[in-house]
Design a protein around this ligand. Sequence first.
Ligand code: NCD
Ligand code: ZN
Length: 347
Amino acid sequence: MTHHITLRRPDDWHLHLRDGAMLQGVLPESARHFARAIIMPNLVPPVVTGAQAAAYRDRILAALPAGSDFQPLMTLYLTESTDPADVAAAAASGLVKAVKLYPAGATTNSHGGVRNFDKVMPVLEKMAEIGLPLCTHGEVTTPEVDIFDREAVFIDTVLDPLRRRIPELRVVMEHITTSQGAAYAAEGGDRLAATITTHHLIINRNHILVGGIKPHYYCLPVAKREEHRLALRKAATSGKGCYFLGTDSAPHVDALKEHACGCAGCFTATNTMPLLAHVFEEDGALDKLEAFTSLNGPAFYRLPVNEGRMTLVKHEAATRFPDKIMTEAGPVTVFDPGYPVHWAVEG
Ligand code: NCD
Ligand code: ZN
């Protein structure tokens, strides 16, 4: 039995850090384990311009614990009035590593997102020319489409036509939750990849709804049927270069999660690496964990892999994670896998 595993230090290719007191509270949880993270731009107001991304990056760096070398990789929030020249300049300076597409209304703070794709064509064409990836929140928002079908319909009616229209565009399908998403990513060649979250490898929709509603398991895209969770497990543990970790750790204070209209998001920054070791071990794929957390992402983003190493150790006793992180904004519940985990990060 394997009792420890050493990996290149991991990165998180999809992370919500928020701002202000929440940023201050949650940033150490990611900076402790991850070398870099792609930082989502869905603040209020969103991070739309290069200047806003530079200012947000400075706020993140100022909030880092002393001695941390964590690097935020910034993204811009795509709107119908985004300026292609501003995007190109922000990418050329090295500040911005991707642009995020939120279909308007798809998720938290997405009302400024895209309604009419014709209006963003000049930006997408510029991105294709310079090789800057588009990170997609892959759900349609049409009220007639059932929430559990929104990802599959997005692939067929939005993503695939868009990729045919601009074949050179490099795309990351963010937080895939379906077998259709996993299959589409695998067929897309080297201009297409998909991130997978920790929680979607662990929960299916029953976890949210059976035996009482569990708001801390509610996120978007919402967890699907068990067969989809199993497809995601197979994808993540395959070692294939098109799949890599994006935790989508998305903190909301408990008062807004445990609410009549609760916010979407699971907070996994604290315990992601031990949970992933558990999942990969369970599937007999510990040897593929490093590809998922530390190699495939940098390869797609054309960045060097991290030089540092992380060791995970398996103990007899279950690892104790905090139930909540206390922030000045309020308590944030840490994702609970619902079973004991024996892995811990040790150096
Ligand atoms: C994210 C958030 O809270 O910002 N929520 C979530 O459920 N994942 C937004 C997102 O990534 O969809
Ligand atoms: Zn997200």
